[in-house]
Design a protein around this ligand. Structure first.
Ligand code: F6P
Length: 757
């Protein structure tokens, strides 16, 4: 017998004993009750029978008792003998003297006396079961009376009932035997079925997973998994696992794997290689350079937000065209007739093509569908999305306008188009329909929610179809890729290839991949350094009375997803819990007003101002103000100077695709003298585990993290920051762009539509 079989046998034996230990006594108790019930029924039957027999003899016995004993005995002679189980009758006078009895009764005369006495006493009838002479008898005694009701004597019928007990006991044994047998058979059946349905498939699954780890597993999981959902999840798990392994393999073998840092020059070389003579076109809603009128003069602004921070260095490195909405009120006068201008102004590295849209279109497409619909739909920050059919119509129209502008810029040449974000979800499909030969990639800068959250969107199918026009769809995190594929799986009739993280729809294939976006180093931006920086910092310290103590910093667009009220409250709580830090720690929030045309955003500014005011009122002194809430557009130089001044940066997003402020702070600290407090709900938390990770909804924990950051010793600060810097430097924005372009240019454009028309 094999060891495995012996183990199974002994496990079965143990289980058998266990069952017997529980079921055995239970069956015995039930059998005992059964025995008693049957005895009760037999007893009742016998009582009835004895009563009937006594009744038939009662009259003769009463008549006989009118005579002296000898005559009475003679009169009753022959009537008192028993037959079969009836042993016989006996008749007694009221004084207890026997008058006559059947022959078989002589040996029981003493034993039946109590029953006779009982029938002569209070009761007119008495019944008793008597064990005697190795047998058991049943005696029923009935009182005999005369016409006036006076007691004359007693008549007793006696039965042999030993056979009844034997029968009930035999039945009890049979019952117990069959109950146990049936229980064991049922148990064996259930065990067998369970083994077939669960145990074996789960063992197969475990074996398959083990082989998956070693790369020898068949592609599909075992076919016979008991629960459909488990089978599906397993498939997804396996796909993620394979994707992770293949991307790790690509990272360690491929062109992007070496540990040389990615620079502008290196990206440019890589891009030239990938583009193969074609143009690079970026298309987004937000433009990288905006002109606003200030005192009647056009004034240059670099809009806040991750998209511009990440993409501008890429275009500066690679050259090309950036197509975007000309949203500034001086944009028309600073561009040529086609809406083109060379940027950065004064150092033209690439072309910005501004797209003009009307106020009404901006309202429906940008404020309405994009920012009141898609933004809260994709960010799980408890803000309800609003969907209006009129907004959707304008969204489609403006997407068409952007696609047309891209096609116009490309002309007849080949190109690689990088479509950015949720404002332009339909553009990939529109481009591919017009020019199937273009390579089109989409990068989604915000989270992708789970299918349950996304399915409330009335235009979910159109949006998914629009995005899947692209050859490559990029998200910050693998989790968003999984959510996206799950959404496609549930909402479209598309074929999903979980092994390669691809979707096939109408003969076109789209790859879905994570590309965690990043930043360039501060030294590559035009910001003051050396003495100029020192002077700028001194000015800020003086203007905002920040000469003493530590500075905590927040830098955000003022958006409800950024967790700003939570941040202010946590800082207030920190001051409340730790009075020793009052007067020594200040919080500076640089807040760029954003989407202020929407009431929700305007209300948020008011809410934050009053919250800051409340906390300041409670704790401020003559020469210290706890919170400085600076609401205006802050240029890169200002942000950098504050990052230099701050010892702690706080990022508390309620949900955020990545959050580049976290990475910008890390690379603003070459001396590694800073602490990052980072929300677990920001994508950056996956790459920066050395930050102090917080749940922004948990005020106590958040306040404690602030204390921990403020009090952290220098060695720990340095060690944590050093590891974070290494990670951000290695995976900077040039690495991000190179990865995306390399993957996109490696995609196969093989469908039937892939010929220029
Ligand atoms: O990061 C998401 C994003 O929507 C970007 O697309 C955009 O640049 C940024 O936030 C700022 O938003 P907005 O363009 O609406 O000012």
């Amino acid at each position: 017998m094999s060891v495995e079989l012996r183990m199974r046998f002994s496990r079965g034996l143990h289980m058998g004993f266990l069952i017997a230990g529980i079921v055995g006594p239970a069956t015995m108790v039930m059998a005992w009750f059964q025995w008693h019930a049957e005895r009760r029924i037999d007893q009742d039957d016998l009582d009835r029978r004895a009563r009937l027999l006594v009744f038939q003899l009662k009259e003769s016995a009463q008549d006989a008792l009118r005579h002296p004993d000898r005559e009475a005995a003679k009169e009753l002679a022959g009537q008192l003998e028993g037959h079969s189980r009836l042993i016989g009758f006996a008749v007694f006078r009221a004084g207890g003297n026997k008058v006559a009895s059947g022959k078989g009764l002589s040996q029981y005369m003493v034993e039946i006396q109590p029953v006779v006495a009982e029938a002569l006493g209070d009761k007119s009838e008495a019944i008793g079961t008597i064990r005697s002479h190795d047998t058991v008898v049943h005696a029923l005694a009935t009182r005999l009376t005369d016409a006036q009701g006076a007691t004359r004597g007693v008549i007793v019928a006696v039965h042999d009932v030993a056979h009844l007990e034997e029968r009930a006991t035999a039945r009890m044994i049979r019952y117990a035997f069959w109950s146990l047998a049936v229980t064991f058979m049922l148990f064996a059946l259930v065990t067998g079925v369970t083994w077939l349905v669960y145990d074996r498939p789960l063992k197969d699954l475990a074996e398959w997973m083990r082989r998956l780890r070693t790369d020898n597993a068949p592609d599909a999981p075992p076919w016979n998994l008991p629960v459909a959902l488990l089978a599906k999840e397993t498939e997804h798990l396996a796909a993620s696992f394979r994707a992770a392994r293949s991307s790790a393999a690509a990272d360690s073998n491929g062109v992007l794997a070496d540990h040389k840092h990615w620079t502008r020059e290196r990206l440019r070389a890589q891009a030239l290689d990938c583009l193969d003579g074609g143009q690079l076109v970026v298309v987004s809603n937000r433009e990288p350079y905006m002109h606003q009128l200030n005192d009647g003069e056009p004034c240059l602004i670099v809009p806040a937000g991750g998209l511009v921070t990440a993409l501008d260095p890429v275009l500066q490195a690679c050259g090309g065209i950036w197509v975007a909405h000309g949203a500034g009120d001086a944009d028309r006068q600073t561009a040529d007739a086609q809406g083109n201008l060379s940027v950065p102004p004064g150092d033209g590295r690439y072309t910005l093509r501004r797209v003009w849209i009307t106020r009404e279109e901006e309202q429906g497409y940008y404020y309405g569908l994009s920012n009141e619909g898609m933004w809260p739909l994709c960010h799980l920050a408890h803000e309800r999305p609003t969907f209006r059919a009129s907004d959707w119509e304008l969204y489609v129209e403006v997407n068409r306008r952007f696609a047309a502008a891209v096609l116009e810029e490309i002309g007849a040449s080949g190109a690689t188009v990088l479509v950015q974000d949720y404002h332009l979800a339909l553009v990939p499909q529109m481009l591919k329909q017009a020019r199937p030969d273009l390579r089109v990639g989409v990068f989604w800068h915000i989270p992708w929610p789970n299918p349950e959250a996304f399915r409330i969107c009335p235009w979910r199918t159109e949006i998914l179809n629009g995005i899947l026009g692209a050859d490559l769809v990029g998200f910050h995190l693998q989790q968003y890729c999984n959510n996206f594929l799950d959404t496609v799986d549930r909402m479209l009739e598309a074929r999903l290839d979980w092994d390669h993280f691809a979707v096939e729809l109408g003969g076109h294939s789209t790859l879905v991949r994570p590309f965690p976006i990043s930043v360039e180093s501060w030294t590559e931006r035009r910001i003051p350094t050396g003495d100029a920086l020192t002077q700028q910092i001194a000015r800020f310290r003086e203007r905002y009375k920040l000469s003493q103590g530590q500075i905590l910093l927040g830098v955000d667009r003022i958006d409800y997803t950024k967790g700003l009220p939570e941040r202010f409250r946590a800082f207030g709580r920190f001051l409340e819990k730790h009075p020793r830090h009052r007067g020594k720690v200040s919080f500076v929030q640089l807040g760029a007003p954003s989407r202020t045309h929407l009431r929700r955003y305007r209300d948020l500014i008011v809410e934050l101002e009053s919250l800051a005011d409340e906390i300041n009122w409670k704790f401020q002194t003559d020469n210290w103000m706890p919170i400085r809430f600076l609401v205006e557009h802050h240029d890169a130089a200002t942000v950098h100077a504050f990052m230099q001044m701050a010892s702690v940066c706080v990022v508390s997003s309620l949900h955020d695709g990545m959050n580049l402020v976290a990475k910008e702070f890390v690379i603003a600290k070459p001396k590694c003298d800073g602490v990052l407090v980072l929300s677990e709900f920001a994508g950056a938390a996956r790459e920066l585990p050395d930050a102090l990770i917080i749940n922004p909804y948990d005020t106590e924990q958040f306040a404690d993290a602030i204390r921990c950051a403020v009090e952290m010793d220098a060695d720990e600060r340095t060690a944590r920051m050093h590891r974070m810097r290494q990670s951000v430097e290695e995976r900077n924005v040039y690495w991000w762009a190179a990865s995306f372009l390399t993957e996109l240019c490696g995609t196969r454009i093989s469908d039937s539509r892939a010929k220029p028309q």
